[in-house]
Write a new protein. Structure first.
Length: 255
């Protein structure tokens, strides 16, 4: 998908975004001497750039339940961020390497591919650039490119964030909980599991505990109930705070 804003009076054909509303029209970056800025999107949430080995850092493929496809990642920080996004309740959909900006700045063509795109339940789109640390931003030309992309995004209601690796996890407990829940994302959730979950919500309300909900889901096997509960967390039917130690008394919200 491509938006061309070469002419301010030119309106692109309406294409529905994830939340059902027309996508924004991108205008020329104020610091750019180009006639247009293009935003190019891969089809079906796929990746615009992929590598299979041959890089100085780790890279590979991540099987995402939320994206309903495999996602390409480069570097351990991006892998960690995708793992967290898979479990974060506010994130409805995630894509990796799927959006590219093309424009000209000071007579030079600029190409920038976004690391991760997040879609929230309220339709908000957030584009995320993931870095190991501040040293990855020492190049002034690269910082200027990111500033230009941020400006275009913010002018059209799209959030743009830079996240460093040390900001992904709140603690070791957070990382372990997310990793555990994410590992259960493809556990089979049977209709009877959902029926028991809904019955439990009718009995105790939307606010319950981890232990009581797991027992309600699979009363004959607590471990199965826990695994299904964790899969339902990825599926956004259950919400809980994974930054805290996980116990039977841990509060959960049933959606």
């Amino acid at each position: 998908m491509k938006f061309d804003a070469a002419d301010d009076d030119q309106v692109p054909e309406p294409v529905l975004s994830h939340n059902g509303s027309p996508p924004p029209k991108f205008t020329r970056d104020k610091h750019s001497d180009a006639h247009y800025v293009q935003m190019i999107r891969a089809e079906d949430g796929g990746a615009l750039r992929t590598f299979n080995g041959g890089l100085a850092h780790e890279n590979g493929w991540y099987t995402s339940r939320k994206a309903r496809r495999v996602l390409h990642w480069q570097g351990a920080a991006q892998y960690d961020f995708l793992t967290r996004a898979e479990v974060e309740f506010p994130v409805v959909r995630v894509a990796s390497e799927s959006v590219r900006f093309e424009f000209t700045r000071h007579g030079k063509k600029q190409i920038y591919t976004v690391d991760v795109e997040l879609l929230a339940s309220d339709g908000t789109v957030t584009l995320v650039e993931i870095k190991r640390d501040e040293r990855d931003l020492t190049d002034p030309e690269y910082r200027a490119k990111l500033a230009a992309v941020r400006e275009v995004c913010e002018e059209h209601g799209i959030r743009f964030r830079i996240v460093f690796r040390h900001q992904i996890w709140n603690s070791l407990v957070h990382r372990r909980n997310v990793t555990l829940f994410c590992s259960r994302r493809f556990v089979t959730v049977l209709p009877e599991h959902v029926e028991r979950l809904e019955a439990h919500a009718r009995q105790v309300g939307m606010d319950a505990t981890f232990g009581s909900t797991a027992n309600a889901i699979a009363p004959q096997c607590l471990r199965t109930g826990e695994a299904v509960l964790q899969a339902l967390t990825v599926a956004r039917r259950i919400e809980l705070d994974l930054t805290r130690p996980l116990m039977d008394s841990t509060p959960v919200t049933i959606h």
